[in-house]
Write a protein that binds this ligand. Sequence first.
Ligand code: SF4
Length: 331
Amino acid sequence: MTEVLEAAREQVLERGEGLREDQVLAVLELDDDQVEAALELAHEVRMRWCGPDIEVEGIVSLKTGGCPEDCHFCSQSGRFETPVRAVRLDIPSLVEAARQTATTGATEFCIVAAVRGPDERLMEQVREGVAAIQEAVDINVACSLGILTRDQAAELAGLGVHRYNHNLETARSYFGNVVTTHTWEERRETLELIREFGMEVCCGCIIGMGESLAQRAELAAQLASLDPHEVPLNFLDPRPGTPFAHLTPPDAREALRAIAAFRLAMPRTVLRFAGGRELTLGDLGARQGVVGGINAIIVGNYLTTLGRDPQEDLDLLAELSMPVKALSDTL
Ligand code: SF4
């Protein structure tokens, strides 16, 4: 076993201390014949520090497309010619989506809007939507509504929003190559507000947007410094019409190295498989990821691309004897 994995066994598995940035880079640079060992260790770390449960979450888009921001990977930006149309969802449909999500065994239902940050009209819909879901469905409500003001963060926490998703997307040093309409620091400030007002911090990223391995390691360290409750790990799915349409998604080995490295950087975090994984990993990758450090998945459709049939994921978890349960109940 290589030096970094030996060190990780003692540091991460035994003591629960995540890998430092230079160590994460060493994992990302492992030879192909070491990937299996890294995944096995990541799985042991996950079992030791998080337990066997897999958290399942559903997401629904309250407002799709037409976003004024220019995130180069995103087909919901109104700045690019993509097939995604601006659509808004009504409250009864939102409640129905929450109800259907709950029937899969999911414990979190995340309301997402493609916006820079919520305006008053969106906040009003969210107030109504959260109350209607809380009334009708037994599920935690999460939100992902972009950059928040202090007052908005306080209000969402007051409404009982359990978790807030806001991604760092990429390393600070690479952010300007991905987004020009807002800064990495603005994203980080919203994450600090979420924590300050007591909501769980869900903060993810996208792997494979042209960042170097060193920047990937930098990203893992920056995520770890936030001590997020959950990290959705996305792999780039190059969408037609976006500036990143021409990029080649990471191959399965590279993706699996990233899964192992991020788990070893954040031993206690809920690491969630999110968008792009069918493309990068396929069914085999989903399997290896789940036994390689991942402990949460999103069922069904992602925001703009089709995910797998929820039943396929649930069948896979049953086959691997991974109980579906809210990790937050057990931590
Ligand atoms: S990632 Fe979010 S903020 Fe960026 S363009 Fe897409 S919807 Fe807008």
